[in-house]
Design a binder for this molecule. Structure first.
Ligand code: FE2
Length: 296
């Protein structure tokens, strides 16, 4: 996995990392599974959303394999793939998904023939906000786990903007306020505690409303931020009050993973979807509700 030396993710460096690792990674996967290329039915890759250089690198690799092996090629929506692997791994039928990661924050549920975005961030992803705060507070990159630990020692709730607008959320104002509090000498533990309480309450509120509106009784979690035990606890409490179930896929399927792309590609392929090579260009802003779901 790509981990920046310092600061945040640099798109070109991340793309170089992907280019360096893609061939050995595929060789490794084939070796571990004991399968040859002959056993592969379809080549799936993430078509978006995401960082352009990274998506482009992997799409090029996927096209090259598809052409050289004459196997069909299928582009997958990253966010929808999270939901599908959640359904597969926890055997849920028709959940509302709270997808909270660095780059994405969405509440998604199925309403034929698409996955609809019930609520989402208007600016940055919740994980991105936590990471930016972490960089400023000197906690290193991927600050989420450190913030979670410090939050357990927090005692006082500092007021931060609670930004829920309709079904959407925003985090940049909260980040600015938290940075200001830090500059003013506020306790880091209290700030981490308050950040978590505020933004996780927002996410839980929007998820609850989506569950009610869409009339679902299952919730599935996805994304790196969903590893946070406090967020999980809040969602569990809300779900228990509503009589809904919460399903958390095993760690390796909760965060970004290749299996979810492969699985979603297979679902699409088996339902008859085919793509010409011209249709496999990446889309950095590929929206969840642009996908026509042919496999449900
Ligand atoms: Fe993701």
């Amino acid at each position: 996995m790509y981990r920046p030396q310092k600061g945040g993710i640099h798109p070109r460096e991340a793309a170089n990392h992907h280019a360096e690792h893609v061939v050995p990674l595929i060789e490794d996967a084939l070796r571990q599974s004991g399968l040859g290329m002959g056993a592969i039915d379809v080549i799936a890759f993430s078509q978006g959303p995401g960082l352009g250089p990274c998506l482009r690198t992997v799409a090029t690799a996927a096209r090259a394999i598809s052409i050289s092996t004459s196997k069909p090629l299928i582009g997958v929506n990253h966010c929808v793939a999270h939901l599908e692997i959640g359904r597969m791994k926890r055997a849920v039928e028709d959940p509302v998904m709270l997808y909270a990661s660095g780059g994405n924050t969405q509440v998604i549920a199925y309403a034929k023939p698409r996955y609809r975005v019930f609520g989402e961030t208007m600016d940055i992803g919740v994980g991105n906000m936590l990471d930016k705060f972490g960089i400023m507070a000197g906690l290193g990159f991927y600050a989420g786990p450190v913030i979670e630990k410090l939050a357990r020692e927090g005692r006082e709730l500092i007021e931060l903007p609670y930004s829920v607008k309709g079904m959407d959320v925003s985090f940049s104002g909260i980040l600015t306020a938290a940075k200001q509090h830090l500059k003013n000498g506020c306790s880091l533990q209290d700030l981490c505690f308050s950040l978590q309480e505020t933004v996780f309450s927002m996410l839980t509120e929007v998820t609850e409303r989506a569950v009610a509106q869409a009339e679902k009784n299952e919730i599935v979690l996805a994304g790196g931020v969903a590893r946070n035990r406090r967020l999980s606890q809040m969602v569990h409490e809300m779900a228990a009050e509503r009589g809904a179930g919460v399903f958390e896929p095993p760690f390796e399927y909760l965060v970004d993973n290749g299996v979810m792309i492969a699985w979603n590609g297979l679902l699409a392929h088996l339902s008859g979807q085919r793509m010409n090579i011209e249709e496999t260009t990446i889309n950095q802003k590929y929206r969840t509700d642009q996908v026509i779901v042919t496999w449900r």
